[in-house]
Design a protein around this ligand. Structure first.
Ligand code: TYM
Length: 334
């Protein structure tokens, strides 16, 4: 039996990177036999940076609505909010006693987010990967579908599972496998093909959000950085052209075809031909998702019901695992 666990932060709107790096792939797991899927909105991770409580609450439900709108079926997969399952935080403390400061200091996401001011960064931001490990291990998840940027965090999760098993001489936690097989595991910024598309990038022109309207999408794509050369007919010729490679990768991912096939379609054409076609494809792909999301957001109580029931199901799995961990570690019975 495989158990899939993954999550997204409700820090702002989801973007094309979240969709093509992770969410689109999540949908594909829920129809597989012998596979149980748990998809979480990780609001406890979102409070490691500045935030507004009222905005966060709504954003958590919006992300849950985006999961559903993108094709996660609450009848097949469990959709829930992290903070409604306190076992995540409880296991985090226990794993935190085994996590090495040196390893946490090497996490690139921490270095990026803390910036030059690491001394003033909060403990939560530093311990962020331990909470992520707890999210996964509290369900003894076997597979974790994510974008490439989460690989290092997954390595730390595996490391913590080994440390626990070795320390207590028990084969308790599985080693969760990262599944980085989304159609575009590393989506780059529209303004710089060497930087990841990210929610934290100040310029909104660098990303396409799931909720952008058609005009905004077209404007962002028209302004996307490219180069003056026409598109080539082979992938090798794109090696030194990161922006062009990124746009072709995204086109292919949305068209559900190989990059080579997308290139063949546009070989010899300039970006003034490619960009409107690409924008049309993005608009067409997002429209059913955003329409569905808007509908769901008008019935927010229904979304709340879905996550409440998902959180209850998740607790039923997490509570006995935490009880076992307490027993193994010599702590009081829960
Ligand atoms: P987050 O919220 O930053 O991103 C959610 C998912 O989107 C992927 N992603 C991308 N994929 C491709 N290209 C991009 N430019 C891009 N940007 C984001 C991420 O890899 C991720 O899969 N720490 C996690 C959330 C988390 C989690 C977990 C994930 C908390 N606990 C447990 C899995 C399992 C994060 O910050 O994702």
């Amino acid at each position: 039996m495989k158990r899939i666990l993954s999550g997204m932060q409700p820090t702002s709107q989801l973007h094309l990177g979240n969709y093509l790096g992770a969410l689109k792939n999540w949908v594909s797991f829920q129809d597989k036999q012998d596979t149980e899927c748990l998809y979480c909105v990780v609001d406890l991770h979102a409070i490691t940076v500045a935030y507004e409580p009222e905005v966060l609450k709504k954003a958590s439900l919006e992300i849950a609505a985006a999961y559903i709108a993108a094709g996660i079926d609450p009848k097949k997969s469990t959709i829930f909010v992290q903070s409604a399952v306190p076992e995540h935080s409880q296991l985090m403390w226990l794993l935190g006693t085994m996590a090495q400061m040196g390893k946490l200091q090497r996490m690139t996401q921490f270095k990026d987010k803390a910036g030059k001011n690491a001394e003033r960064a909060g403990l939560g931001l530093f311990a962020y990967p331990v909470l992520m490990a707890a999210d996964i291990l509290i369900y003894k998840a076997t597979h974790v579908p994510v974008g490439e940027d989460q690989k290092q965090h997954l390595e730390l999760t595996r490391d913590l599972a080994s440390t626990f098993n070795t320390k207590f001489d028990i084969d308790f936690f599985p080693h969760p496998e990262p599944v980085i097989t989304g159609p575009a595991p590393r989506v780059m910024s529209l303004r710089d093909g060497t930087k990841k598309m990210s929610k934290s990038e100040p310029s909104d022109m660098s990303r396409i959000n799931l909720t952008d309207d058609a005009d905004t999408i077209l404007k962002k794509i028209k302004k996307a950085k490219t180069d003056p050369e026409p598109l080539p007919d082979s992938l090798e010729s794109l090696e030194e052209r990161p922006e062009a490679l990124n746009l072709i990768t995204l086109y292919a991912a949305l068209a559900n075809e190989a990059k080579e096939d997308s290139l063949k379609r546009f070989a010899g054409e300039s970006f003034s031909v490619f960009k409107p076609a690409f924008a049309e494809l993005v608009i067409e792909s997002f429209a059913p998702i955003t329409n569905e999301m808007n509908k769901l957001m008008q019935d927010i109580d229904q979304v709340q019901k879905i996550v409440d029931s998902g959180s209850e199901k998740s607790r039923d799995i997490a509570a006995p695992v935490l009880r076992d961990v307490h027993k193994i570690m010599g702590l009081s019975a829960l």
